[in-house]
Design a protein around this ligand. Structure first.
Ligand SMILES: C[S@@+](CC[C@H](N)C(=O)[O-])C[C@H]1O[C@@H](n2cnc3c(N)ncnc32)[C@H](O)[C@@H]1O
Length: 199
């Protein structure tokens, strides 16, 4: 590829680079900022009118067991070292009969690798979001929701429950769907939004 320029920077220092973009992707990044809304604001300042932003954010509902594991880490003081990670794993496996760990052990592949486990539970900063949080962010920043990225079987199940045209981009429907299917966004909410041209 000759038309790609690679660079590396802190999102919080991008506001003054003097460039704008048709498309920006930040999957799994904004929820690690101390102030995710500041990250949104900076990225959106770099997005052209009608530009598309693709975002990935942790779901509060899907990460309930992970929040419990993070609370356990804080309570026991497990460090983010191989020893701390192994100690956490041992505690969870010993208590695997508890429903919260049961689900985690069955669904989180990252639990079984050292680097995966570190990323899953030990990030120093992480926020989680709900669908109403996303709705509020889009209203605040004047963005149109273009849709979630999900496997076809999830989309089929959603459409059986919400067959109306337009339901796929109706965040109220997705909120109701996630309430009855809390693991829907196990791999994060990944979605795209368009910056309204009138901004
Ligand atoms: C869990 S990784 C996600 C990486 C990748 N986007 C993906 O989907 O696999 C989180 C990434 O956010 C980056 N990150 C965290 N804070 C950042 C900041 N202030 N500016 C730029 N990148 C940041 C980290 O360096 C890390 O690579």
């Amino acid at each position: 590829m000759h038309n790609i320029e690679y660079a590396q920077a802190d999102i919080l220092k991008l506001a003054t680079i003097g460039k704008t973009f048709d498309r920006i992707e930040a999957v799994g990044v904004l929820h690690h900022l101390a102030d995710p809304r500041l990250g949104w604001r900076i990225l959106l300042s770099l997005l052209k009118p009608n530009g598309v932003l693709r975002v990935g954010l942790y779901s509060t509902a899907a990460r309930r067991s992970i929040a419990e594991a993070r609370a356990l880490i804080a309570e026991r003081g497990y460090p983010a070292t191989p020893e701390g990670i192994r100690a956490l794993r041992r505690t969870i496996i010993r208590n695997r009969h508890e429903q919260r760990w049961n689900l985690l052990l069955a669904t989180a592949d990252d639990f079984y690798s050292m680097s995966g486990c570190r990323d899953l539970f030990f990030n120093v900063m992480e926020h989680t979001f709900t669908v109403p949080d996303i709705t509020a962010l889009l209203a605040e920043f004047g963005l149109s929701f273009l849709g979630f990225e999900l496997d076809a079987d999830v989309v089929n199940k959603f459409q059986q429950r919400y067959p109306a045209a337009g339901a796929l981009t109706d965040l109220d429907c997705w909120n109701a769907f996630e309430r009855s299917n809390p693991q829907t966004f196990r791999n994060m909410y990944v979605f795209s939004v368009r910056r309204n041209a009138t901004d």
